[in-house]
Design a protein around this ligand. Sequence first.
Ligand SMILES: [Zn+2]
Length: 256
Amino acid sequence: MWDSFWLSFEYLIKSLRRAGARPLHPELGGELDKEINSALWNFIRRDTSVAKFEAWVYAHEAALSVALGAELHFRLIEMNYADRYQVEDMRQQLEAHLRPALMCECPAVADEDVIAMGGNGRDGRFFASVSECAMPGDDLWWLWLGKCQTCHTDWLIAQEERIYDDFFVARLTSEQADLIRNNGQWPQRWLTYEDVLRTGRALSRPCRFVEYIAPSLLWTVEELRRARPDITVAEMSEFLGIEESHVKDILKYQRS
Ligand SMILES: [Zn+2]
């Protein structure tokens, strides 16, 4: 008898704990839940300023305490928002709390983000639900419009597999995506390979090539010069992440 008493007591405690992490009242589900989730992910992926997030936290105390549970909510209101280590740690705690409920990777991807090819598996998670729904044409072979089949977010995607091995992605509004789908009107973004590489230089790191005259380097130099014949050696060295003398050797090899 005592056994079953303790079992049901334990069950009751566990249920209460579980309930603490979820909306208890139907009126807190739906839209508000969505708003809370979206604001928390915005903070986790750095799409909102820390100051703005802090103000938002204090304005949503009741709903947050239900959504996060008392313990995590307490840490969220007690933390020092001026301490970047605490802020970073809180991002990780919130992500650990929210990630199990993710239906697709989109909420965790920033409005402008870099998704490395291979490696940590983030590309696999993202492309599990994001698929191609438009391409601008063969001359812009690196660019495409992706749509998440789960949450319906539209993404502009530049696939850079020569120098940086990254996908550069930008979240689009549904108006921007409609312009692409219906009018073939693409945003002024990544319309040249030079612009793609500029993003790579700003947000990522170029690959190191084992082969001195690597085909990827040759093709890229060719691509850059075709689009803008007066591009300088210094500019190409910057975009490709190689020495100017290396660019000159590639140019010499191409002429030979
Ligand atoms: Zn999605």
